[in-house]
Ligand binder design. Structure first.
Ligand code: NAD
Ligand code: DAU
Length: 343
């Protein structure tokens, strides 16, 4: 039985990955280690909790003693690191915790993976490590060879972790892989991020705060497609390699928000243009040719279909997000949007 350690599995993508793995590989044991920060939620894992092949442990990836104890107990074959501070706007507010979790935490996990002989350490990274692309050059895409050139404290911390992962491979021979994916969307997405925030606000007939003119472009991928890519990489990816993951689905923010209004039958007059994000990346676009060629991966969910499924999920799972937005989230929202002012 393959024993897979998933860190950050109570968050958006990690929890989808756990559901995917338990369903696709009944011969897998999955151990989730998560600190349960504001972004982690045990109710997200309630179905997995019923599965005898699943174990949840609450711990911080920076806590060396707790991490080593878990590796000693579980001897995972594979460790997949999703644990991170993941929101760009929060990193602009307070970079420190991003450096701690995203950089130091990754090194602690790799030290344990070395000591206990994991067959693979997989780092879930992001296309943001490549900086941004000019909106008027659709011919330019991020490849694995694109230089690292970060814009935000978040992306700088993720890039630092990537460099450390590659250094552990070169220096210690740790069998590593890295995936750099574009923007995900789908079920269990924390409502501080664009798509779920707009769905939740629209359902309350609240203003839809679009940064700047809404012309920034992101390359959206349905979360299940990302999970399939990681599953393939940890099984068949080559040690020491980076794989870009993306769906050739570039969209301007304003067009996404309009689509959400249409899906929910809400007026576009809810859209409010607010002061832009500092250092706001203009455009992301992934070239996924390598993962397609080497591992046969392709995205399967067209954006319109994925967005419909996502909106339907938020309508059917109100209690999940109502619990979130009734708590500390309100202070966050007030800090971020309260007196932000117009674009
Ligand atoms: P998320 O914020 O929804 O979840 C992060 C999870 O990590 C939470 O469960 C949180 O409790 C946990 N965590 C945070 N700090 C921790 C710590 N110190 N110790 C243990 N657990 C901790 O994030 P997400 O959107 O699911 O992203 C997961 C990973 O994928 C991140 O590494 C992110 O950089 C990367 N990524 C995200 C996207 C995206 O569009 N969301 C795209 C590409 C890559
Ligand atoms: O590209 C991958 C990255 O995608 C991941 O590494 C990050 O973890 C993830 O959070 C995401 O980063 P973005 O900054 O692209 O995602 P976010 O949902 O925060 O914003 C998407 C776009 O929408 C961005 O251009 C900013 C804009 N935006 C966002 C919010 C929250 C708005 O216009 N209004 C908003 O209220």
């Amino acid at each position: 039985m393959m024993n897979v350690l998933v860190t950050g599995g109570a968050g958006f993508i990690g929890s989808n990955f756990i559901r995917h793995t338990l369903a696709a590989h009944p011969d897998c044991r999955v151990v989730c280690l998560d600190k349960l920060t504001y972004a982690g939620n045990l109710s997200t894992l309630s179905a997995a909790m019923e599965n005898p092949n699943f174990r949840f442990v609450r711990a911080d990836i920076c806590d060396r003693e707790a991490v080593f104890r878990l590796f000693e107990e579980e001897r995972p074959d594979v460790a997949v690191n999703f644990a991170a501070e993941s929101h760009v706007d929060r990193s602009i507010e307070d970079p420190g915790v991003f450096l701690r979790t995203n950089v130091i935490g990754t090194s602690v996990l790799m030290d344990a993976a070395r000591q206990y002989g994991a067959r693979r350490f997989h780092q879930v990274s992001t296309d943001e490590v490549y900086g941004d692309l000019p909106p008027d050059r659709p011919d330019l895409l991020f490849t694995e060879e694109t230089p690292i050139r970060t814009s935000s404290p978040y992306s700088a911390s993720k890039a630092a972790a990537d460099l450390l992962v590659l250094a552990y491979h070169r220096t210690y021979g740790l069998p590593v892989t890295i995936s750099r994916c574009s923007n995900n969307y789908g079920p269990y997405h924390f409502p501080e991020k664009l798509i779920p925030l707009m769905i939740v606000n629209a359902l309350h007939d609240k203003p839809l705060p679009v940064y700047g003119e809404g012309l920034n472009v992101r390359d959206w991928l349905y979360v299940e497609d990302h999970c399939r890519a990681i599953d393939l990489i940890i099984r068949r990816g080559r040690d020491g390699e980076v794989y870009n993951v993306g769906g050739h689905n570039e969209m301007r923010n304003i067009d996404i928000v309009r689509l959400i209004c249409r899906e929910l039958n809400k007026p576009e007059s809810l859209i409010t243009f607010v002061k832009d994000r500092k250092g706001h990346d203009l455009r992301y676009a992934i070239d996924p040719a390598k993962i397609h060629r080497e591992l046969g991966w392709s995205p399967e969910t067209p954006f319109r279909e994925g967005l419909k499924k996502t909106v339907a999920w938020y309508l059917a799972n109100r209690s999940w997000w109502e619990d979130i937005i009734s708590g500390e989230y309100q202070n966050y929202y007030e800090r971020m949007y309260g007196d932000r002012g117009p674009a």
